[in-house]
Design a protein around this ligand. Sequence first.
Ligand SMILES: NC(=O)c1ccc[n+]([C@@H]2O[C@H](COP(=O)([O-])OP(=O)(O)OC[C@H]3O[C@@H](n4cnc5c(N)ncnc54)[C@H](OP(=O)(O)O)[C@@H]3O)[C@@H](O)[C@H]2O)c1
Length: 330
Amino acid sequence: MRLLILGGTQFLGRAIAVHACAMDHDVTCAARGIAGTVADRARFIHVDRDEPDGLAPLAGKEFDAVVDVSRHPGQVRRAVAALKPRVEHWTFVSTVSVYADNRTPGQRADAAPLRVPTTPEIEHSTEETYGAAKVACEQATGENAFICRAGLIVGPEDPTGRFTYWSTRLDRGGEVLVPGTPDDAVQFIDVRDLAQWIVHAAQTRLTGYFDGIGPSYTRGRFLAECADAVGSSCTFTWVDRAFLESHDVRRWTGPRSLPLWLPLPDFAGFNTRDASPARDSGLTVRTLSETARDTLSWARTAGGPVTGLTADEESTALKAWHASRPQKHP
Ligand SMILES: NC(=O)c1ccc[n+]([C@@H]2O[C@H](COP(=O)([O-])OP(=O)(O)OC[C@H]3O[C@@H](n4cnc5c(N)ncnc54)[C@H](OP(=O)(O)O)[C@@H]3O)[C@@H](O)[C@H]2O)c1
């Protein structure tokens, strides 16, 4: 397969290139050359998709399949106009952030309501318009495409440091501040599994709307399996939403956050998406232990980024939590 990845030089795009090369496909990555490096054996073509004629270096080149990871409707419109009529298969990597309803558990890609897309004059997305812009990107992609709405993507080379927080924190051991309750849900996909599925979809000409997501775990199981995988001895101190919010412990990502934490009930549906349509269409997932171990090993060797609470911030929050609890009398 002659595969063109629009992007392909970091995290998911790069994992797709690595896997496709390992499967002996002929792989081209088209990007500006800023974000990262190109996989061994993949070809690089310099393009700038923000320029009106930025895809000109691809003119006259033949591809069987294209994977687009853009988040900007203008880039997607130009790529579809220039390339889609002449390739057999098109993948657009979208996101579960396209969904309008994060509260209802167990939703499926083919039935869940979407956000209102950004208006046609919007070329670029921002952090605030990300989900709505991805809806516009999906619409610009059009019919007869594989629309893969990825959930949280984790694993080696993750530039966001969210899952990496838990691998590295559990590896440190001791008393660990954990949000919510052991029954809360956590859901994600290992970047390598998603990459393999995207290449498989291109090979098999899979089309339609799917969530690219693995199984939903309870947070208790997630933490226990990760701790086991990294060989750590920890105790977990479960802390409720009201305490975390009143002590400026933030949700999901970034400084002062407990990564992967989204408060309930507002996000009861976000981590419980129905993964069975993807599984039935060829997505296979490795074990949580393998993802946790490999992420830790990459973070150690490559010094990969980690986001979230610092050790001092966590210890201060834990002390405040214990001080706020009723004293136990012997
Ligand atoms: N991370 C998550 O947890 C998560 C969750 C859900 C969905 N997603 C989706 O998954 C995908 C992740 O893709 P990714 O990991 O490959 O990262 P990405 O950040 O989307 O990668 C962007 C790629 O496009 C290239 N690029 C950026 N601007 C460009 C321009 N103006 N012209 C040409 N190329 C340009 C970059 O290379 P250069 O900078 O070198 O040009 C890079 O290769 C995205 O679609 C994202 O929305 C991610």
